[in-house]
Design a protein around this ligand. Structure first.
Ligand code: IMP
Length: 501
């Protein structure tokens, strides 16, 4: 036999990981660009790309969720914060409109020129809208630009005395193209967008004009707002968090638990489905068929798979419980298949090939932490460590994160001694998700082409129809498949890292 079917591969009942397997090539009769990566995240949510980001406090806040959604993926906002803070992040993503600044810095007539100076020094921009109240969504009464203030010696003068009041504005609901046209004709630097009453809604900036690009693949809920997910725990207090998230417009919640097969989780899923029919619920994490069936029976719209494969994770070492991620994805996806509930392969993705393997084993989407950590959009500042530009990346069950509230995931929050199931570390600067994601997607298209499949559905059909063939990789096959015989090299996806052999 030339290769093994999925069924034969996992008959060995070994805790196989992505590295243990390889997929045999198929026949190519189409171009890589013909590959569609459209796939299901949950029963009701379809995405144009299979990439989601982990709800971790060093991975997903508004910037990550916005950029991923623009590129066709979806971000899950972490819950290492208050319900109000988490809901505010969700609201920021929902309010985002490409090209429109939906949370501009605003001042009031009573502010001084020195306040404008401070904003310029911190953010480098000029053209600040002035509203009656000094808040966004106050009545717009003027705008202060460089020309209003640059020749003024006294920086204590209130803005009401210097601001420009002859304003060019545009009404709410205007398209970006129309807004750009008005900016072109008026030759102004900023175009405030106001509602019917003249209250400020957002701003369009001339300097952003050239930077605007189209995002035809964007994940949008109603053709308008970007989609966003958020994490929730099974604790009773989190019912309030749920209400705040729903009020903010969250599209999908993920119940974030390291071991998802619990009475608490089943009860939480039932509670959400009973009270908020419009919100999709992803249950997890699980790694066996039995666990998966339990969450689906409770009403989950999606299931998240993974116990221990995360790059920052020491669950398998500490708890002796978990499963190799390839085996976990294959068995759980198989259990979910008949019910039509898609599964998310969460953790352990280190490169494009692991994404393909996860999808080839039955996952609809993947969830990634370390791949997105260290990007410009990940929370946290860059700093230098041993000459490398790095950002912090930590497990939500690292002592550091648990002390800040992340223990909700591990039934540990009321325990006095916190047992770590994760570590805290650093990842190298990977640049912006704007460049990283298109690179991953193009890689995936080529990988699908090598397999001879045009889309995710065909890939799953090939898996379950026994035409997709795998092989186990020996230790030396793994060595052979990686870079070898070099002194050092740069890894293309993972940043400019010199890997010493
Ligand atoms: P990565 O993509 O390999 O870095 O894995 C990210 C995933 O690890 C997350 O989506 C979580 O499921 C999981 N995770 C996050 N924090 C911890 C932790 O502290 N211990 C174990 N697993 C974690």
């Amino acid at each position: 036999m030339d290769g093994m079917t999925g069924r034969e591969l996992f008959q060995s009942r070994q805790s196989l990981t992505y590295d243990d397997i390889i997929i045999l090539p198929g026949h190519i009769d189409f171009a890589a660009q013909a590959v569609s990566l459209r796939t299901k995240l949950t029963r009701e949510i379809t995405l144009n790309t299979p990439l989601t980001s982990s709800p971790m406090d060093t991975v997903t806040e508004a910037e990550m969720a916005i950029q991923l959604a623009l590129l066709g993926g979806l971000g899950f906002i972490h819950y290492n914060n208050t319900p109000e803070e988490q809901a505010a992040i969700v609201r920021r993503v929902k309010r985002f409109e490409n090209g429109f600044i939906t949370d501009p810095i605003v001042l009031g007539p009573h502010h001084k020129i020195r306040d404008v100076d401070a904003i310029r020094a911190a953010h480098g921009f000029s053209g600040i809208p002035i509203t009656e109240t000094g808040d966004l969504q106050g009545k717009l009464i003027g705008i202060v630009t460089n020309r209003d203030t640059d020749l003024e010696q006294n920086r204590e003068i209130p803005l009401r005395e210097v601001m420009t009041t002859a304003l060019v504005t545009a009404p709410e609901g205007i398209s970006l193209r129309e807004a750009n046209q008005i900016l072109k004709e008026s030759k102004k630097g900023k175009l405030p967008i106001v509602d019917r009453r003249g209250y400020l809604v957002s701003l369009v900036s001339r300097t952003d004009l050239l930077k605007n690009r189209d995002y035809p693949e964007a994940s949008k809920s109603n053709q308008k707002q970007l989609m966003v997910g958020a994490a929730l725990s099974t604790r009773p207090e989190d019912r309030e968090r749920l209400e705040a998230l729903v009020a903010a417009g969250v599209d999908v919640v993920v119940i974030d638990a390291a071991q998802g097969d619990s009475t608490f989780q089943a009860e939480t899923i039932r509670h959400i489905k009973r009270n908020h029919k419009s919100v999709q619920v992803i249950g997890g994490n699980i790694v066996t068929q039995k666990q998966c069936a339990a969450l689906i029976a409770a009403g989950a719209d999606g299931v998240r798979i993974g116990m221990g494969p995360g790059s920052i994770c020491i669950t398998q070492e500490t708890m002796a419980v978990g499963r190799g991620q390839a085996a976990a994805v294959y068995h759980s996806a198989l259990a979910a298949r008949d019910s039509g509930v898609p599964v998310v392969a969460d953790g352990g993705i280190r490169d494009i090939g692991d994404v393909t393997k996860a999808l080839a084993l039955g996952a609809g989407t993947v969830m990634m932490g370390s791949m997105f950590a260290g990007t410009t959009e990940a929370p946290g500042e860059y700093f230098y460590k041993n000459g490398m530009r790095v950002k912090r990346y930590r497990g939500m069950a690292s002592i550091e994160a648990m002390e800040q509230g992340g223990s909700k995931r591990y039934f540990a929050d009321r325990e006095q001694i916190l047992v770590a199931q994760g570590v805290s570390g650093f990842v190298v600067d990977k640049g912006s998700v704007k460049n990283l994601v298109p690179y991953i997607l193009q890689g995936l298209r080529h990988s699908f082409q090598d397999l001879g499949v045009r889309d995710v559905t065909s890939l799953h059909d090939a898996l379950y129809g026994d035409s997709l063939l795998f092989e186990l990789r020996t230790h030396s096959a793994q060595k052979e498949g990686g870079v070898h015989s070099l002194h050092s090299y740069e890894h293309p996806t993972l940043g400019k890292r010199e890997r010493e052999k």
